[in-house]
Design a protein around this ligand. Structure first.
Ligand SMILES: [Zn+2]
Length: 383
């Protein structure tokens, strides 16, 4: 569930972009090594090392394909519920499907979650049947064993992912169950996130105990546990934001009559005028006839090489789809387009192309804090 991993594009499946982060290679090598040096020499003794390694790499690649099938099952089920799938990525600790929005019902949440483990079970059964069948037909152990190994790993994959802890599939099932019982989506996600943090920390503790007992493989559990704990905490924080700002509109948090930077002024004149305030870090920039031409940060202005001869309008950033909003838009929709960075980003709130307010990251922080004590006052813009 981690975000922003740079990944190598592998292609498209049913319209979904599939990619792999470089760490997938580490996973393939580790798995191939386990199969080549430990699983196969025991199950099918008497072969050359290179033969074990070829079988090991093929087994690791087959496992990655089964992981992709698991993720694709999530993605296709999400699409059936009208949820867009941005992309699927493979990485060190498995696969990640990025959905464009959250499921709108507990039933959708449940079915999207179980589709993955169900697919892993199907792969396990098919690989197990093929492996046992081939062995019964007298096929060499070197061919039947990797299939049986694939069956077992997919079985383990299904079971582990069904642990009721976010961001695992079982966590989504738990969230769906709580949502269905209480009718409260926020509570469902919160419960699963708390379970995720507890399970992640327990894995870290267990892994550390193994490491101290001399088993270095415990590091793998530490890594996995830390990942689960961190991503469930991130999920909880996003869930909290969504809960607190749900229903809040841009006009409820925007600064009305915001301080502006005149685009025709020189940077020097404007910086000199700031001695008495306003104490803002980012300004909306307007032209002489009152049209909005963009925004500019104080940090950018103080770095302009020739402030005496540079006009603000020449250095400001032009408005874009991410930085312009209408007063009636849902604040969460605006925040979903791009993160607001302190001292750099400013949402320009326009009505009929006129600037009626601005929203900066500090205004969002203000709204989040205030929502702890009382609902934010919804107010109307008169201009
Ligand atoms: Zn899954």
């Amino acid at each position: 569930m981690n975000t922003g991993l740079p990944s190598v594009p592998l292609g498209r499946l049913r319209g979904v972009a599939v990619g792999a982060h470089w760490s997938t290679l580490v996973a393939v090598i580790v798995i191939a090594q386990i199969v080549a040096t430990s699983v196969l020499p025991q199950a099918a003794p008497g072969h050359a090392v290179v033969v074990y390694w070829i079988a090991g790499v093929l087994s690791a690649l087959a496992f990655m394909l089964s992981l992709l099938a698991h993720e694709l099952a999530h993605a296709l089920t999400a699409q059936r519920f009208g949820i867009g799938v941005d992309r699927i990525d493979l990485w060190l600790l498995g696969g990640v499907s990025r959905l464009s929005s959250s499921p709108r019902s507990p039933r959708a949440e449940f079915l999207i979650a179980v589709a993955g483990p169900a697919t892993s079970v199907v792969v396990a059964v098919l690989a197990g049947a093929a492996g046992t069948g081939l062995a019964a037909w007298g096929a060499p152990a070197l061919i039947a064993s990797p299939l049986l190994w694939l069956a077992i790993t997919n079985g383990v994959l299904a079971v582990f992912n069904l642990v009721p802890a976010a961001p695992l599939d079982g966590g989504r099932v738990l969230a769906a169950a709580v949502w269905w019982r209480t009718g409260d989506e926020h509570r469902g996600t919160k419960t699963a996130a708390l379970a995720g943090r507890a399970f992640g920390l327990a894995l870290v503790a267990f892994g550390l105990m193994q490491v101290f007992a001399g088993a270095l493989s415990g590091l793998w559990l530490v890594l996995l546990g830390a990942y689960l704990a961190v991503s469930s905490a991130a999920e909880q924080s996003a869930n909290e934001t969504k809960h607190r700002l749900g229903g809040v509109r841009v006009r409820d948090v925007m600064v009305q009559d915001p301080p502006i930077a005149p685009g025709w002024w020189t940077v020097r004149t404007f910086l000199d005028s700031l001695a008495t305030g306003p104490h803002r870090l980012v300004f909306a920039v307007v032209s002489f006839d009152g049209a909005v031409v963009g925004s500019v940060g104080l940090a950018e202005l103080v770095r302009v090489p020739d402030p005496l001869n540079t006009r603000i309008g020449d250095v400001c950033r032009a408005p874009s789809a991410e930085t312009v909003a209408s007063p009636d838009e849902q604040l969460l929709d605006v925040l979903g387009k791009a993160p607001l960075r302190q001292g750099r980003d400013l949402v320009l709130v326009l009505r009929d192309e006129h600037l009626v307010g601005v929203v900066g990251p500090e205004d969002v922080a203000w709204a989040l804090e205030l929502s702890r004590s009382a609902p934010i006052t919804r107010h109307e813009v008169t201009s």
